[in-house]
Design a protein around this ligand. Sequence first.
Ligand code: UD1
Length: 419
Amino acid sequence: MSQLLSVRGGRRLEGEVTIQGAKNSVLPILAATLLARGQVALLGCPRLRGVDASIRILRHLGCDAHWEADALAVDTTALRRCEISDVLMREMRSSAIFLGAILARCGQADLSYPGGCELGPRPIDLHLAGLRDLGAEIREEGGFLHCRADRLRGREVVLRMPSVGATENLMLAACGAEGVTVISNAAREPEVVDLQNFLNACGARVSGAGSSAVSIEGGQDLHGCTYRVMPDRIAAATYLCAAASAGGDIYLRGAEEGHLSTVTAALREAGCTVTADSGGIRARLRAVGPVQTAPYPGFPTDAQAVLMAALLRSRGATVFEENIFENRYRHVDELIRMGASIRVSGRVAVVTGVERLHSAPVRCTDLRGGAALCVAALAAEGETRVSQICHIDRGYEDLARDLRALGADAVRVEETENG
Ligand code: UD1
């Protein structure tokens, strides 16, 4: 039987949660363990489905991966395969990240083509073009990618747009290339910096992450290390928006304010007090200036939905412009069921604040859209039942647990036939 999340709105949030390790950081780091011989201990590794899927991929490749209390221990010394089946590839949306790592380690990689996702098509043309620039031969055949590279050679690779996944994939491949690779127009997201820090902790020579030119001196022998994954900035943004929505005063242990500056700026503009790593927040917010999603350090597309949910009862209208993904307003229809006033036209959504939100049966359409429904429910009258929470579980270890720690009335319940 599937589970629902039941949220009773109207409670002020008060309390503290520790922010989980970043989902978007740990997945490329797990792929990167393929480059290191010896034991890697990842501290603060979140317990998420994508992590379990990565563990299954690593084990399928012949590697050892197991939990030791809160740390994930990985040893890829015994790697004996360079192929990943369709079933395993489909379990994880960002599985393309294994391509660069396997290619660097084995000189060949055979993977099924990663599928799209609920945000619209997820092309990997930039990943493939970059790998070809480094000397890989890639054949795309019957839904499979066959990649060969007797030798990868470092050189400048210019990305048409600053794709996070392509930047990370190329960093991994470049560690196995001869000479220096420079990735120009690289993504500047903090998770790219985290990957650089992990690789360097294993003995790699990577520099420049966080700027738009990442430089990798390939050919180093990488060894194991103990590494703490950075805190999840989108989980932190979700809880800030939850407090903004419900009103209250919360403390996010471990959250890194520097990673969240566009989100906290929007919340401050809306009337919240956000100090260093804590949020003390007023109940009725103002509308804010246009929120335009952009590559880091711009406003994160992953925080668009939760901020929208926080602003549903604000005074005035806020314009959102989604510039990263084509299909990222699927939560809007569900929010409208709760009494929100939102108009969508192409990439633009206009949210006009309403006095009251009410409960309604709502359904998650994707990970962050699902979190947004919970954020809105905290400010809605009555009990909101959120279904299809498998989407939420992809990104949050336990959203209901964390919201309860902050004083919300949020529990997981079994779905009955009448909901
Ligand atoms: C990562 C994050 C995701 C976040 C996104 C944007 C992970 C695991 N996921 O996804 O949560 O929403 O960054 O911040 O880190 N594109 C191409 N060709 C390519 C690659 C990308 O056209 O080869 C386009 C995409 O369609 C999209 C844009 O580039 O429009 C940005 O995508 P990208 O930065 O690659 O996102 P992901 O790495 O998939």
